[in-house]
Each structure stands twice: as C-alpha cells, then as structure tokens.
Design a protein around this ligand. Sequence first.
Ligand code: SF4
Length: 186
Amino acid sequence: MAVTAWQVHATLSRSAANGPGTRFVVWTQGCSLGCEGCFNPETHDAGGTARTAEDVAAEALRTPDAEGVTVSGGEPLEQPAPLREFCALIRPSGLGIVVLSGFSRAEIEENPDRLAAVQDADMVIAGRYNPRLHLGTGLRGSSNKEYWAITSRYSADDFAAVPEIEIVISADGTFSMTGMHAWGGP
Ligand code: SF4
C-alpha cells in the first residue's frame, strides 16, 4: 500500500461526542470550503502535523474497547488518498468508520478519488455547514447535512443520542471541548 503524507490537526483516543459509542477521532488539517459560521477555522490552513495513515491507524487500534473511529476536520476529503488508506487499515479490525465531510454526497459521488476514499466507511455525514439550519444534536451540525449510510452498521437513529459536547481533560491538566456544540464542522 502506498504511504501518503496526511496533514493532521489532532487526534483523540477516546471520545463519546463524535459518533455512536466510544470512538477514536482524527481531525484532518486543511479545508477550503469556507462555510459561513465554521467554528473550527484553525483547521483551515495547510499546516498541521504530517503523519501517515499507518501511523494514525496504529494509534487508533491501540484504543481499548472502542466502537469505532471518526474522521473529521478540516475537510477529510481534501486529502482523499490517506483517508482511503486509513479506512482500509481500520476496516479489517471490525471498528466502525464514520467520516464527516463538508462535501455533499453528489460532490463525493462525482469525484472518483473522493468516492474511493469513503468506500470502506460505514457512514458519511455529508454537506456544508449552514448556520441558519444549525442543530445541536445528531452530529450533523445543520439540518441540510445528510446521513449517507455506506453500510448497514449505523443509521441516523444511532447518532440521535450522541452528546452535544464533551470536555476532555488532558494528562497535563488542560481542558478542551469536542462535539457538535463545541464547533460546527465539517
Ligand atoms: S464547517 Fe467543515 S467543511 Fe465547512 S469550512 Fe468548516 S471545516 Fe470546512
């Protein structure tokens, strides 16, 4: 398998606010979609940390008792090659895979690289964030975004009970927040 650099904003080993159950989360770095009201502008530029899908997958697979992984951003599908590699590495483990994207389902389906990148995912939550249609629940961010079930593992109902916000206390005592009420995207 090819090894492609993956610009990553952050990872979180255990989250309860980024999809069903306990999940490993990776936020990719870089987004050019420019949604009004995006709560996560620090993920827009092309910085971040250069990692590989293998490295991040190995970190994800060390998470004990996880239900799955969530890939968020930034815009994960602006780096389709490492996303595809990551999903392919996670798939054999049996962990569920959720991808949050600002691209619509049609924009993903019409682009072969984007479509290939989510072929091993279970659920894609797709579409631009719209602050006038904001939702605090369900991980969609705004009601125009679409649950696109690639497999039957998850349905929209599985996301209804996802907490709106999560406060993470790091080993060094610092606090951070994740979850859809903490930021809007992708
Ligand atoms: S909401 Fe998501 S897709 Fe939209 S600008 Fe922000 S990071 Fe990009």
